[in-house]
Each structure stands twice: as structure tokens, then as C-alpha cells.
Design a protein around this ligand. Structure first.
Ligand code: MLT
Length: 323
């Protein structure tokens, strides 16, 4: 009797889970982008959200709970119901923050279910219009000559803009004053206003103001020059050989989200990545959607592990921590 009751309970649970997945989504899905609205992460999240909304036939909204380089919003998702209605869009900071935040209140691997990778964005070094540097070589020389006064903007310790700055400063063997923001959306406004000297930010955010002549552009952080901005040299060719950093983004659900729901979300993500409108809007900002086989739970799980293995020793060696 006892065994058959357990078997019955298991069968009922299985039927309930697959029924829930059948109906999923039956209400609005929230994408958490844990940086301020108007920045590169927010731009990417809204583009992919619109693409997934078309596939799922449900409204998708964005929650910009920002602060502490995305760890506040990430915790909010980790503590959300595991039903597929609250998801996290985050970049490689999800890996780097495991080394930067000693008191992290979630486990970046075990408190989330990976859904899939989304896209990758190059970064670019940009400066205020009044900065007395017109080339990347000028910027390097200017920073070396003014290391006590130069200010570099970023989106908080552990953000992509901060980590690119960390690599730049260690390449120049210097430490610079920082202007920290809740995202590089607000940081860009202040750079345009001349409130600080330069920053390294994702092309998703800075390509348009560069084209509009609102800020100076010095170099991109990719191996090759960008097809959308061939006039910009790579940092590697312009004086820092081997300097490369690309920002990848992934999509996660809270731990315990049923597999049929994860599979449905991964399928919707893969279809959205093939949507010409999604691809074109990201490509026009220099970003690139990943191939469908990388927009899967296994691919994101493996990539996050390799990124944790890469960033943790780098950050420990740099002796940087956020708390
Ligand atoms: C960063 O890591 O610099 C953030 O992605 C910037 C942002 O999205 O606001």
C-alpha cells in the first residue's frame, strides 16, 4: 500500500508539472536586468525580451533592480518562486562576482537553473569630448601622465566596465580614481556631460553617442576590428597587445524551476535569437547573438563554470574585493 501511494504521488506530481509547463506562460514573464535602465544590459534585455514575447505569446517586462554590480537583482531572482515567471539576464559578472563578493547571499551556480546564452557584446574605450587625448596611444600617455587626477567611470565593482578598467589599469601598472554608477546608462550621461574622463563600456551603449559625436572613441576590445565600426582600432593593435574583453550574457531561472518550463524557455530563446529583427538590432550595436546550440542549459552551465575558473584567479591575483 505504502509503495503504491508513493508511486501515485509521484505520478500526480509529474502530471501536475507537465500540465503547468503545457500552460506556461499563462501570465506576464519578468526579466531581471540588475543594472540601471538605459544601459547596455537593459538594451540587450529589452531586445531579447521582445523577441521571446513574440514566441511565447505573452508580455515580458523588465525589472531593473540595480546596485552592487548586479548582485542585488540576482539575489531577488534566486529568492523568487521557481515557476519560470521571474528570470535573470546577467553577463560574465555572474561568474566574476563569486570572487568579488565574499558575502554573496546566493550561489551563482547552485541557486539558478541555466536556460541558455544570449549574445556577446564588444567593449570600447571612450572619453569625454574635452579630454586632451584623440587616439588610444594619447589616452594611454595621458593616463600615465595624470594618474593622480584621471577619473574612470564604471557600473560598480564587478561590472563589465569595472573589470575592463581593472585590466586596463593593471596593463598600465596604475590605479585610477573611479566614478561609480548603478549602470553605464547613467554613467554615459555624465561622460557626455564631461563629469569624468573616460570609461570602457559595451558598444551596445556607446556606438550611437560615438556616431553622434557626443563622446570620443579610442579603441575596441575585440581581437579584430568591428565590421560596424572599422575606423576604430583594437586596443591590441593600438598599443596593448593581447588586450581583449568581450561581454557575454546568459539567461537563468531560480533553482527548482521544472525542466519542461526550462526547456520551453530555452526553445523560445533559441527562436528569438533567429529573429532577424533581434539579430539586426543587436548587430547594429556591434553585439552578436550566439548560435542556437549555445542557447541551451548545458552550454550555459559549462560556460559559467569555465568563466568562474577564469575570473576567480584573475580577481584574487588583483587583490580586488567588493565587500
Ligand atoms: C556593466 O557591467 O558595466 C553593466 O553591464 C553596465 C550596464 O548594463 O549598465
Amino acid at each position: 500500500m505504502h509503495k503504491s501511494l508513493i508511486a501515485l504521488a509521484g505520478a500526480v506530481c509529474l502530471i501536475a508539472t507537465s500540465a503547468a509547463a503545457e500552460d506556461f506562460p499563462s501570465k506576464t514573464v519578468t526579466l531581471m536586468m540588475p543594472y540601471a535602465a538605459g544601459g547596455p544590459g537593459d538594451t540587450l534585455t529589452r531586445i531579447i525580451g521582445q523577441g521571446m514575447s513574440k514566441v511565447l505569446g505573452r508580455q515580458i517586462v523588465v525589472d531593473n533592480t540595480a546596485g552592487a554590480a548586479g548582485t542585488i537583482g540576482s539575489l531577488k531572482v534566486a529568492q523568487s518562486p521557481a515557476d519560470g515567471y521571474t528570470l535573470l539576464v546577467m553577463h560574465f559578472g555572474h561568474a566574476a562576482n563569486t570572487a568579488l563578493y565574499r558575502n554573496l547571499r546566493y550561489d551563482a551556480v547552485n541557486d539558478f537553473e541555466p536556460i541558455g546564452m544570449i549574445a556577446e557584446s564588444p567593449m570600447a574605450f571612450v572619453g569625454k569630448k574635452a579630454l586632451a587625448a584623440n587616439t588610444f596611444q594619447d589616452l594611454v600617455a595621458y593616463v600615465k601622465a595624470n594618474r593622480e587626477t584621471v577619473t574612470q567611470g564604471h557600473a560598480g565593482v564587478g561590472s563589465a566596465s569595472h573589470l575592463c578598467g581593472l585590466l586596463f589599469q593593471s596593463a598600465l601598472d596604475t590605479k585610477l580614481a573611479a566614478a561609480a554608477y548603478r549602470g553605464t546608462g547613467p554613467a554615459l550621461n555624465d561622460l557626455i556631460g564631461g563629469q569624468f574622463d573616460f570609461m570602457c563600456d559595451q558598444t551596445l551603449n556607446v556606438l550611437q553617442p560615438i556616431r553622434g559625436g557626443l563622446i570620443k572613441a579610442y579603441a575596441v576590445t575585440t581581437k579584430q576590428r568591428l565590421a560596424v565600426a572599422p575606423e576604430l582600432p583594437t586596443a591590441s593593435e593600438a598599443g596593448l597587445p593581447g588586450f581583449e574583453i568581450t561581454v557575454w550574457f546568459g539567461l537563468w531561472a531560480p533553482k527548482g524551476t521544472p525542466k519542461p518550463v526550462i526547456d520551453k524557455l530555452s526553445g523560445a530563446l533559441q527562436q528569438a535569437l533567429l529573429d532577424p529583427e533581434v539579430k539586426d538590432r543587436l548587430a547594429s550595436a556591434g553585439a552578436e547573438t550566439v548560435a542556437a546550440q549555445r542557447a541551451t542549459p548545458d552550454a550555459l552551465r559549462a560556460h559559467l563554470k569555465s568563466e568562474i575558473d577564469k575570473w576567480v584567479p584573475l580577481i584574487r591575483k588583483a587583490g580586488v574585493s567588493a565587500d
